[in-house]
Design a protein around this ligand. Structure first.
Ligand code: TRP
Length: 449
């Protein structure tokens, strides 16, 4: 593992948070609690730059009904906007409006190991289900489903997201995105990190809202509570169907583990949670508890529902908002993709200088030291020039600190002391590299006067 702060990308302005929602249906209350609400809250933090999008390419993997696909992306866009997304602050777009994403998907596909995709949950789940009924393992499984995690990695890496708020079921995909990012950086980066390694951000308390029957809330289990669909009445009717035990009014109830209570918690303050539990222990009837739950949720949702209905009546406004968002997103995606094309060798023949030249990112193209530990357990460092060529390589050190001290001495020695330090340091210069070349590279580390 390379352990060096100098290999991190140079100062990016803010923490980037990115999340997508697959547009195959409408969102239920679980999606709101688990994804939309925390993402919008996070987008309001200072120092956070957010990217939210409709994962409509992902939707095509799961659904071949064009009307449903299109309706869903409209509804979901309206939901995010109604829930308070500020598109002046946040970059809000449809995945399918960003052609750089499928292009990056291909570059990543070419460095992703098939074995890793074999282990992806969605694919494993599908093959397990086939095995259970004695079918051919891959029956009914498309390449879209199989490659799903790579498209998702491209969504994330395209924008160098640091944090990805997702449900627990998506954590594996983020880990796969990290792996493929690392592999790509390693293969093509020549000392430079094209991609930030993203981290999943699972809200600890209410990551997965249970459905009516206590299992994960999901359309496929038919146990979901609608977000806006059916209005207040739809919400109330669904809550009436939450499964409880059969304790009678007045009987003491055990709040822990009750689906109703878990859902209540997702909308309540700490004080409300404590009160609700106390009331149940004191015999609050389930019917009354459901009424309280309805009122609690509706107090938060009703204003959003009104905004949603107004937006749905003006789809052209939503379209314009998304087009503007796509332009913003592509302004980030296109320059990075251009660099990646260079890096993998897809270059313009009529610009020979550009072919040979280092990547055109003045800030990032600087010499750097890399410190690392080999399989032998020993510590090493090397100095790379701006093209990623190794200028010098150290001998083995027993401790990382010792290696770090030599790096610091090299960085700080100045032109006069250079020859002496180079002679004393346990290192060798690469073939053809002179002390003068090393001196020029080292001068870029000099502290500003
Ligand atoms: N796979 C995610 C889901 O089903 C949706 C998604 C697609 C996503 N691309 C993403 C989420 C990128 C986060 C980041 O929930």
């Amino acid at each position: 593992m390379t352990q060096s702060s100098s290999t991190q990308p140079l100062a990016r302005p803010a923490i980037r948070v990115l999340t997508g929602i697959t547009t195959t249906g409408t969102l239920h209350l679980g999606n709101y609690v688990g994804a939309v609400r925390p993402a919008i809250l996070a987008s309001q933090e200072v120092g956070v730059e957010s990217f939210f999008f409709m994962a409509d390419y992902h939707a095509l993997i799961k659904c071949d009904d064009p009307e449903r696909i299109n309706r869903s992306r409209l509804e979901i866009a309206a939901i995010w906007l109604a829930a308070g997304l500020d598109t002046a602050r946040v970059t809000f777009y449809r995945q399918s409006d960003i052609p750089e994403i499928p292009e990056l998907t291909w570059l990543l596909t070419c460095v992703t190991s098939k074995g890793q995709m074999n282990r992806a949950h969605a694919y494993k789940g599908a093959t397990d289900a086939n095995a259970a009924i004695g079918e051919d393992l891959d029956a009914g499984i498309t390449m879209g489903l199989y490659s799903y995690p790579i498209l998702m990695a491209a969504d994330i890496l395209m924008f160098n997201a640091h944090r990805v708020p997702v449900g627990r079921d998506q954590v594996q995909h983020i880990e796969m995105a990290r792996d493929v990012a690392q592999r790509f950086n390693h293969l093509f980066g020549k000392g430079r990190e094209f991609f930030v390694l993203p981290e999943a951000n699972v809200a600890a308390d209410v990551a997965l809202l249970p459905g009516l029957d206590g299992r994960k809330m999901s359309k496929s289990y038919d146990n979901s509570i609608p977000l806006f669909e059916g209005g207040a009445k739809g919400l109330k009717d669904a809550i009436a169907h939450i499964v409880t035990d059969s304790k009678l009014p007045g009987e003491a109830k055990q709040p822990e583990g009750q689906t109703l209570v878990t859902i209540y918690d997702a909308f309540a303050t700490a004080a409300q949670r404590a009160q609700f539990r106390a009331d149940l222990r004191a015999g609050l009837a389930w019917g009354e508890a459901k009424q309280q739950l309805f009122e609690l949720i509706d107090a938060e949702i009703a204003p959003l529902r009104r905004r949603y209905e107004a937006l749905m009546a003006q789809p052209e406004l939503i379209e314009a908002t998304l087009q503007a968002g796509a332009a913003k997103a592509r302004a980030v995606a296109a320059p990075l993709l251009a660099e990646l094309r260079q890096a993998v060798g897809l270059r313009n023949f009529s610009a020979p200088a550009a072919v040979a030249a280092p990547l055109k990112s003045a800030k990032l193209a600087l010499p750097l030291f890399k410190q690392f530990r080999e399989a032998d357990g020993q510590f090493y460092f090397k100095l790379l020039d701006e093209q990623g060529q190794v200028l010098l390589q150290s001998a083995a050190f027993a401790s990382g600190r010792e290696a770090g001290e030599w790096v610091a001495r090299l960085k700080g020695c100045g032109p006069d002391a250079l020859a002496g330090v180079l002679a004393a340091a346990p290192l060798r210069l690469s073939a053809g590299v002179t002390a003068a070349t090393v001196g020029a590279a080292l001068s870029t580390f000099a502290a500003p006067a």
